[in-house]
Ligand binder design. Sequence first.
Ligand code: GDP
Length: 299
Amino acid sequence: TARLRAGLKRTREQLSGRLAGVFGAHAAVDEALYEELEAVLLTSDVGVAATAHLLDALRQRARKQKLTQPAELKEALQEALLALLCPLAQPLDVSSHRPFIIMLVGVNGAGKTTSIGKLAHYYQRQGRSVLLAAGDTFRAAAREQLEAWGARNHVTVVAQSGGDPAAVIFDAVNAAKARGVDVVLADTAGRLTTQLHLMEELKKVKRVIAKAQPEAPHEVLLVLDANIGQNALAQVKAFDDALGITGLILTKLDGTAKGGVVAAIARERPVPLRFVGVGEGIDDLRPFDAREFVQALFD
Ligand code: GDP
């Protein structure tokens, strides 16, 4: 929790500092307070739809419970935000299949490779065996980064220089089956310039995984950089429409004040937020906990 709190420092300073200003500046709950609150939420990347939703919830509650004190409204906001984010908190259960196959997608620079390293560490610490598939055959650096990570942590990396991403991942799934591996983490390409082509490539990878292992991939995780704020929502929609994603990783929350985008995602495209990245260290990837998250934003 201390780590998450530290990681969310910038979002908290932005949001909580300004909220304190709003709630502190008014002697009573009035229209001006609601308007200022709306402005703070909108500029914290909460987004139009989630902001409207939160304000509606607050107004209703204030009316019903006859709230007159700004401090009471602040508490109500915290609760409304928690209610909004709770459905996103669905931890990933990898014990349902063996191998459990996770396909990771996302644009270059989002933090995919780093997150794969952190996830491998996370599952190894739970006593599970892990195998990595270097499915970004487009960038040699991506493969090398994954191989370096695998060597350091004694994790097998199935790779091939150049070649077909789907073929690499197909081989990886078969290797995992043969060795009784628990979790397969499959990296994929994320080049932005030819996005249509990218989506077709990712769809093919998904189909080929299903050929190697029926019902797989068991999870299609979209990795998102929190720094892009409202654009994160556009990426969730684009990848979900094209590919059908089952979970999200939101990275680099530590470097941004745009953590409010989680609320926008919750309101407009509630794909489970499996993990949040709050630093570059190997342990800085944590399962998303809505209560912990809201607390870290307000306290
Ligand atoms: P990829 O292109 O999607 O594979 O992205 P990388 O995994 O190479 O990550 C891009 C950069 O973001 C690297 O410098 C990572 O160290 C950094 N990064 C990834 N996740 C986090 C995070 O949660 N916090 C911070 N501060 N940096 C991160």
